[in-house]
Design a protein around this ligand. Structure first.
Ligand SMILES: [Zn+2]
Length: 306
């Protein structure tokens, strides 16, 4: 190799290197171009998605949402189950079988839940229902009387102004108000949901018994009129859930006594319940010419409260 060939060799080899650099530059430029293309594409897709969605507003909760909830547990650890239905501001609290043997009351409330599930439009959007078919599951499943596993009549265990002990041992109404876990579950539900109205289902008496305030009496009259049950306002027991509810919240509270322990009375109550949950008002219609008090025949008195 002579000296004159060196420049040729020097010129022969830089050319492929330059081409490589050029390709690399083109490749990088291509990447940048594609990246710049991708940016507006992404924005376009996002804006199209926004346009496709109906709005940025939250999807409204449907009024027929039925939530099954365990509100607490019985003395023996059974769940006290119930339902929260709807999302309205006006809350109606219905419960049954606080006396275990009054099983028809639980059946009635379960039928109401099924009715709403099948016909969700019957619940007005302005109302919310809280339903506990069986407040006293230990009594419902284990006993043939009204009592809970401690031998307490739960419907005498609420802290009304006139609460008192009952029975030879002094424990029939509990050792003190809210001594029973099942009563405390109702207390907590009322504290959580702040119902306007409480309807306690019992048996048997085929009657509707209000607490003392006007709204309770009007609701009881209306319910009696719709069902044909007797309007009966003679009872005044201490320690009941309804009396406590009225005293502590000033809401309307009534007791509905079905015709039999083991009958749900669904056909008797169906229209009243449908109208009650479908009405915007607390009471669908306030009766104008309703009786002041009851002259109805007295049902068999319960020995220690109802
Ligand atoms: Zn009862």
């Amino acid at each position: 190799m002579d000296a004159s060939e060196e420049p040729k060799q020097a010129n022969r080899y830089p050319a492929p290197a330059a081409i490589g650099v050029m390709f690399a530059l083109i490749f990088i430029a291509g990447l940048v171009f594609i990246f710049m293309l991708a940016l507006p594409m992404r924005v376009t897709v996002e804006s199209q998605q926004l346009a496709i969605l109906p709005s940025a507003q939250p999807i409204p909760e449907k009024e027929y949402t039925i939530k099954k909830i365990v509100f607490g547990y019985s003395k023996k650890g059974r769940p006290i189950e119930g339902y929260e239905i709807g999302s309205g501001d006006r809350v109606l609290f219905l419960h049954g079988a606080i006396h275990g043997k009054e099983m028809g009351s639980a059946m009635l409330l379960r039928e109401l839940v099924l009715e709403i599930a099948a016909n969700p439009h019957i619940l007005t959007p302005s109302k919310k229902l809280v339903i506990i078919p069986i407040v006293n599951p230990d009594g419902y499943y284990d006993r043939t009387d009204k009592l809970n596993a401690n031998g307490v009549n739960l419907n005498l265990n609420f802290p009304t102004a006139d609460w008192q002990t009952y029975g030879p041992e002094g424990t029939f109404a509990g050792t003190e108000p809210f001594s029973e876990t099942e009563s405390r579950v109702l207390r907590d539900v009322v504290a959580q949901y702040k119902p306007d109205t409480m309807i306690a289902y019992h048996s048997f008496g085929a009657l509707v018994s209000p607490e003392m305030v006007t709204s309770s009496r009007e609701l009881a009259r209306w319910y009696a009129e719709k069902t044909g049950y007797t309007y009966y306002d003679i009872w005044d027991y201490p320690g009941t859930a309804t009396k406590w509810f009225e005293e502590s919240t000033e809401g309307a509270a009534i007791t509905v006594e079905l015709t039999k322990d083991l009958f749900s009375d669904w056909d008797i109550n169906k229209e009243a319940l449908r109208e009650l949950i479908g009405s915007e008002a607390l009471i669908p219609t306030v009766l104008q010419d309703s009786p002041e008090g009851s002259a109805a025949p007295s049902p068999a008195p319960h020995p220690y409260g109802f």
